[in-house]
Ligand binder design. Structure first.
Ligand SMILES: [Ca+2]
Ligand SMILES: [Ca+2]
Length: 143
């Protein structure tokens, strides 16, 4: 017998070995189920069978599915919104992972070629913008 922990997940037999309804040594039966999920889910399958002496044998296996909601946010600010010619304005860019999935290969660019962005400050050293982590970039531009 094969059972599922999620009632909506109806098992469909894909292959039942040689079809004699006995799970012989080395034989493999395959089932599948499909489920639409909107939140993380842990799904456990149970299998049981009775041997020739009448003893029941069981095993379980669990697989999890994480629903990811990736999202990145950038905010930009300047220390001086009004300057005279020749003065320097310092720009700050803060990038934050406001999703629930780690983001890799984060790239920040600026529309002003004179804005040479600093290396980010705020990473914990893994090079990954983790959920809730924020990295701060800055550049100084003389106008
Ligand atoms: Ca069989
Ligand atoms: Ca990190």
């Amino acid at each position: 017998m094969v059972e599922e922990s999620i009632p909506e997940c109806t098992l469909t037999p894909i292959s039942l070995g040689d079809g004699d309804a006995i799970l012989g040594p080395g034989e493999r039966w395959t089932y599948s189920c499909s489920l639409t999920v909107s939140a993380d889910v842990a799904n456990t399958a149970n299998a049981s069978g009775v041997d020739l002496k009448g003893k029941t044998w069981t095993d379980t296996a669990t697989e999890t599915v994480q629903v990811v909601r990736p999202h990145i946010r950038i905010r930009k600010s300047v220390d001086k919104p009004y300057i005279y010619p020749g003065e320097t304005a310092n720009f700050t860019m803060i990038v934050k992972n406001i999703g629930n999935d780690p983001l890799r290969n984060v790239v920040v660019t600026d529309s002003m070629p004179q804005c040479k962005l600093s290396a980010p400050v705020g990473d914990n050293g893994d090079g990954i913008l983790s959920p809730d982590e924020e990295w701060t970039y800055s550049c100084a531009v003389v106008f």
